[in-house]
Ligand binder design. Structure first.
Ligand code: FAD
Length: 416
């Protein structure tokens, strides 16, 4: 069913009784050409682009829970392409371009809002590092503007540029960055993939991989065994668990990342802002709540829940940037599991097992990658080789010494 102003009007006149379910609830078949494990943003986008661009429609997406129950529905919705190293810059800019046309492509309102992303800097040295990143972005055709403290204050009147410990000297601004409605992205891709014939199977957990003579033959699930010629793993926080089923040891650790939402208030923050002297960022949702994020829980965990020490840490930093928010009440807090790679960059690649493909290592930033990740993973699975845009995102980059360490943080996943 195509959504338009006419379908809305006609449904309204008929008491809204003619709307169709957005996706089917099929039982799994015994065999598919391609299985995608994980019905998060990346798995659904992969299935959509496989069907749409590569005309491969005998596909199942297997999701152990419900669509939107993983990180795709838990993140803080920020999209941007403000990276410095070429493999990241071109990949994330491709994603940004796909975001810019996504709603028309999917015929679904994913609420893409290009309200800008501002990274604050607090010292001359940090300004130089940000200027370098901004210059690299502009050379690659990505928008970037270096703002001084006065321009920052004009953009965010509530900000405290004279904070005693961390005075704000300016910020690197990407005007085309912003936010998108996270779960609508999952629903939009699911709807698009379903319409092209993809079977989306919820409550279907993959418990093992069927591998014979170095080639994948299918998967074992709690709904029975399913055979497939090609299998793609896109399970975010459980990436290393699935990789171990194929005896692949990955440089990935799982950590919890938390998010926070305040009570709704009048428009206060028109852009996305990140603190440069700690780990804190904020934006305002369309409902009016301030959405905050911060640092990882630094221990390994698969728990999808929040805790008080991180709340205290994040809210202390919030008050350092915008003292006025101290008077707000916090409404909600939750956690999601991050697949932190050892250089902060992802994997979209083939694996040593023939027919088995890997998508993971997304760290904090996989939501903004969703369209390009699905696009590149679909290309890799359909053609059995990487596209230029994901050619660097391999597992063996660590053996070859070609790490893509955007932050220069070294091999410490919790620092990425
Ligand atoms: C609090 C928080 C804030 C974040 N903020 C941002 C942000 O502002 N911007 C940004 O770019 N990124 C952000 N991220 C990161 C981003 O959400 C993730 O990197 C991205 O969503 C991961 O890809 P996904 O959507 O496919 O993951 P998921 O939605 O987690 O999908 C993976 C799916 O695999 C399923 N699965 C796991 N194991 C199995 C199995 N054995 N069988 C079948 N299915 C299985 C899971 O149930 C899950 O649904 C944030 C994450 C969190 C938690």
């Amino acid at each position: 069913m195509r959504y338009s102003v006419f379908s809305l009007l006609s449904q309204g006149l008929r008491g809204n009784r003619g709307w169709q379910p957005v996706w089917r609830q099929p039982s799994p078949k015994s065999q598919y050409d391609i299985i995608i494990i994980g019905g998060g943003g990346h798995g659904l986008a992969t299935a959509y682009y496989l069907a749409k661009l590569h005309k491969r429609t005998d596909i199942a997406v297997l999701e152990k829970g419900w669509l939107g129950g993983g990180n795709v529905g838990r993140n803080t919705t920020i999209i941007r392409s403000n990276y410095m190293l070429p493999p990241n810059t071109y990949f994330y800019e491709h994603s940004m371009k796909l975001w810019e046309g996504l709603e028309q492509d999917l015929n679904f309102n994913t609420m893409v809002s290009q309200r800008g992303v501002l990274n604050l800097f607090h010292s001359d040295i940090q300004r130089d590092a940000f200027a370098r990143r901004g210059n690299a972005m502009r050379l690659a055709g990505v928008d970037a503007e270096l703002l001084d403290a006065k321009q920052v204050k004009q953009l965010i009147p509530v900000i405290d540029i004279d904070n005693a410990r961390f005075p704000i000297e300016g910020g690197l601004f990407q005007p085309r960055g912003g936010t998108a409605r996270h779960d609508a992205v999952a629903w939009g891709y699911a709807r698009g993939a379903n319409a092209l014939g993809v079977d989306i199977i919820q409550n279907c957990e993959v418990t093992g991989l069927d591998i014979e003579n170095g080639s994948v033959r299918g998967v074992h699930t709690n709904q029975g065994d399913i055979r497939a010629e090609r299998v793609g793993i896109a399970v975010a926080g459980h990436t290393s668990v699935l990789a171990q089923m194929a005896n692949i040891e990955l440089p990935v650790e799982s950590h919890v990342l938390q998010a926070f939402v305040s009570e709704g208030i009048k428009p206060l923050l028109d852009t996305v802002v990140t603190f440069g002297a700690g780990h804190f960022y904020a934006s305002q949702s369309d409902k009016g709540g301030l959405v905050f994020g911060g640092d990882l829980d630094r221990y390994n965990s698969y728990a999808q829940r929040g805790n008080l020490p991180t709340a205290q840490n994040v809210l202390t930093e919030a008050v350092a940037v915008m003292p006025a928010v101290a008077r707000l009440r916090l409404l909600r807090q939750w956690g999601g599991i991050m697949d932190m790679s050892f250089d902060g960059s992802p994997f979209i690649c083939k694996t040593p097992v023939e027919g088995l493909y890997l998508n993971g290592g997304w760290c904090y930033g996989g939501f903004k990658a969703t369209p390009a990740s699905g696009w590149c993973f679909a290309h890799t699975i359909a053609n059995n080789e990487a596209h230029d845009l994901n050619a660097h995102f391999t597992i063996d980059r660590f053996e070859r010494g070609n790490v893509i360490d955007e932050k220069g943080a070294g091999p410490f996943p919790w620092e990425q």
